[in-house]
Every structure is written in C-alpha cells, then in structure tokens.
Write a protein that binds this ligand. Structure first.
Ligand SMILES: [Ca+2]
Ligand SMILES: [Ca+2]
Ligand SMILES: [Ca+2]
Ligand SMILES: [Ca+2]
Length: 410
C-alpha cells in the first residue's frame, strides 16, 4: 500500500491531482455519487469512492470513528475549516492527509487514487488553522530563545513583558476569538506552549498594549468593543488579566488606537489615537489607567495605515512612534518628551500593507524595543532596534501559521 507520509506532501498530492479529478467528475452521472450532497459549509465523508454511498457530516474533531472506522472512501470539504485525516486513532501516526478549507479537488480515496488511504481513516482532526490541525495546538509556537532583557532599564524600555520574567511576550487572538498568552520560553518538556486566557475576544475590534497604565508595575491591555467602549484589562503580572475597568465610550471614531509609552514626560504611559479625518490625538495617561483631556498632536495622519510603539528607538530616553504610509514606507517619529515628535526619519525595509507592525518590546535581550512582522504568512521575523534610530536586518524567529491573517498578534 502506498501511503502518504507527511502533511505538506499530502496537500501537494491533492492539489496536483485536482484537475484530473474534475475531469472524472464531469462524466460521473449517478446522483448517489454527487459530492454536492454535502451541504455548503460542511465537511463530509462518504463510504463509497467518488462521494457515493452513505454520507456523514463531520463538524468537530473525532478521535475515533465508530462504525465509520476504516470505512471512508471519499471526502469533500465545503467548510472553512482545516482537517487532517489520520490512518490511526487519536490523531496519531505519521500517515495522514491534510485537507484545506473549501478544497474542491481530490477527495477520492478509492480506485484511481494514489493516497493509499481507502477504508483506512481512523480519526479526523478539525480546526480553524493549518497549524491547529497539524499540531493540536491553537496557538503560535513562539520560541524566542528567551534572552532576558538587562535589569535596571529606564521606564520607556520596560514594556512587552506580561508575566514579569524579563522577556517580551506575545498575545494572540486566534480565528475563534480565543486569546492566548505566549511567553516565548521553553518549558521543562522543551515546548513553547501558549496559555489560554479565555474566549469571546472577537467581540473586540481593537486589542492593544504597551506597558503599565494603572501604576502597579504590571503591563496592561486596552480593548475596544464593537460599541466603541474602551476597556482597561489590568495585567496581573502572570500573563493574564484582572477584572476589566470601563474607560469610556465613543472610541469607534478612531481608526487606530496605540498605547505608546510616556510621550508627555510626566512618567505616566500615554495613548495616541488616529481618527477618521486623519487627526492624531494624545490621551495623556493619569497613572491610574485612564486619561486626562486629550490634545491634538497633528493632522495628516490619514496617510498612515498602521502605527506601532517600539519604545525608545534612538536612545534619547524618550518614547517614539513608528508609522507606515500607503507606499509601504516605515517612518520613525522621535518623541521629544513633551508630547510632540521631531522630524521623522525613514526606516529601512518596505512593509507590506497587509502585514501588521508588531511591537511587544525587547525580543533580542539588549534592552531595546524591536519590531516584528510575519512574512508570507509563514514566519515571524524580528527587525531588531539598532539603538540609533534604525533597524537591523530581519532574523527568523519562529514557525508561524499560514492562515495568520485570521490571527491578531500583539
Ligand atoms: Ca515575559
Ligand atoms: Ca498595570
Ligand atoms: Ca505621560
Ligand atoms: Ca526616543
């Protein structure tokens, strides 16, 4: 029996035979062999080849298949989920088939198929991302090497660390609305396993953070809900959050909100927000989690489509701001420590318009805040702060999910 060893190979095999199968299907007349019996939005398995015989909808992961064990001869994925079909129970073994969302190609395992999986499937794992169905993990596998930042850093360099262990951390909201904490540190088993904070975070249309806002020394998070209410989620110093506090309503008039560190020079971390008319506003932190009266920082910011707050880029002790314009150029706006910015400087490297700017503090362990991005939705790269207002060449940091557009990493 020829079997498929390895996930990527499985997908490639399915893609290359798709055209052949389509030709076969157009000449397959029997109604019982119509793959469109499978309802739109569903993942279906069939007991006969070419989508014939008894059909069953699989809507969640199945560690065993009961009467369907070793009985599946074709499948059709009309859902937006990924699936992995295993030849052993409990998602075990190396022999499997990877099925992408809305995969209309080769779902036939019977005669004419080279899969070797006919009447051999014993478990099925479903999930929102390829990473999740491949590994059973819903989070990004983030491994920084865990280089801690130096002790005794100035305030504007101490951000990004949610569990107070000296290393920058990531938060990730997956496509299902679950929020994960990733500290980037290997556990005793050598895994960089994320911790689930909770679900329901798709109710938020902004999730942002940069340091401590309520004065307890632990990094906090702000979230804006669909009604435009801004909430403070005070960090507990362990990677998750204490009960939230309502900051106020009306924040949906802002295209982007960005906690930016202390830019006013009073020792309290502040927030900037860009409204729909392109005006950038400063919301001065009061050190207790909310803000004093806002002030107008300037107009013309509608030309920018992303903001990031990497801390102090040029090592003058003042927090700075980075923005990307419509031509993919990245600009450093050096803070003057009095609530305004000096002349902007163009940073190296073009930044694709569909790629977020991720600034969660010092990832490289030199005490300077860095910037990260995904590349081709398959890798996370670190653009390290060079300490004089620039960035050094990117370094590959970790494996990343190919469906990352569904993720929000911050
Ligand atoms: Ca940490
Ligand atoms: Ca705090
Ligand atoms: Ca301030
Ligand atoms: Ca600075």
């Amino acid at each position: 029996m020829t079997r498929i060893n390895g996930l990527r190979r499985g997908l490639a095999a399915a893609v290359t035979t798709a055209a052949t199968l389509a030709t076969m299907l157009t000449s397959a007349p029997a109604a019982s062999a119509d793959q469109n019996r499978c309802p739109a939005g569903s993942f279906c398995v069939f007991k006969d080849p070419l989508y014939g015989g008894e059909m069953k909808i699989i809507s969640s992961s199945q560690p065993t298949l009961g009467t369907w064990n070793n009985a599946i001869s074709s499948y059709f994925n009309r859902s937006d989920k990924w699936a992995v079909l295993y030849l052993a129970a409990d998602y075990s073994g190396q022999e499997l088939l990877l099925v992408g969302p809305h995969q209309v190609g080769d779902g036939n395992l019977g005669p004419g198929s080279s899969s070797g999986a006919d009447n051999a499937i014993s478990s099925i794992r479903m999930g929102g991302t390829q990473w999740e169905v491949e590994t059973g993990q819903a989070w990004i596998d983030w491994d920084t090497g865990a280089t801690p930042r130096p002790a005794g850093l100035p305030a504007q360099s101490r951000f990004g660390d949610l569990d107070d262990d000296g290393t920058a951390d990531l938060l990730e909201r997956d496509g299902a609305g679950r929020l994960w904490f990733l500290d980037g540190v290997r556990d005793a088993g050598g895994n960089t396993k994320g911790a689930l904070i909770g679900g329901g975070w798709n109710a938020m249309n902004a999730l942002v953070r940069h340091g401590d806002h309520d004065g307890d020394g632990y990094e906090d998070m702000y979230a804006r809900d669909r009604d435009g209410v801004l909430w403070l989620y005070p960090g507990n110093g362990k990677g998750w959050f204490k009960p939230r506090l309502k900051i106020g309503g009306g924040w949906n008039s802002m295209k982007e909100i960005e906690p930016v560190g202390d830019i006013t020079g009073d020792g309290h971390n502040d927030l900037v927000a860009r409204d729909t008319t392109g005006v950038l506003w400063t919301y001065p932190g009061n050190g207790r989690g909310w803000f004093g009266a806002r002030s107008r920082l300037g107009g013309g910011w509608g030309a920018m489509n992303a903001l990031a707050a990497p801390g102090d880029m040029n090592r003058d002790g003042r927090s700075d701001l980075v923005a990307r314009d419509g031509s993919r150029a990245l600009w450093l706006y050096p803070g003057n420590g009095r609530g305004a910015f000096g002349a902007r400087v163009r940073l190296p490297y073009a930044w694709p318009s569909d790629t977020p700017l991720i600034a969660t503090g010092d990832v490289t362990g030199d005490g300077l805040g860095d910037i990260m991005r995904t590349i081709e939705n398959s890798s996370l790269y670190v653009y390290a702060n060079d300490g004089v207002g620039g960035l050094v060449a990117p370094v590959y940091e970790t494996g990343y999910d190919i469906t990352s557009p569904y993720f929000h990493v911050f």
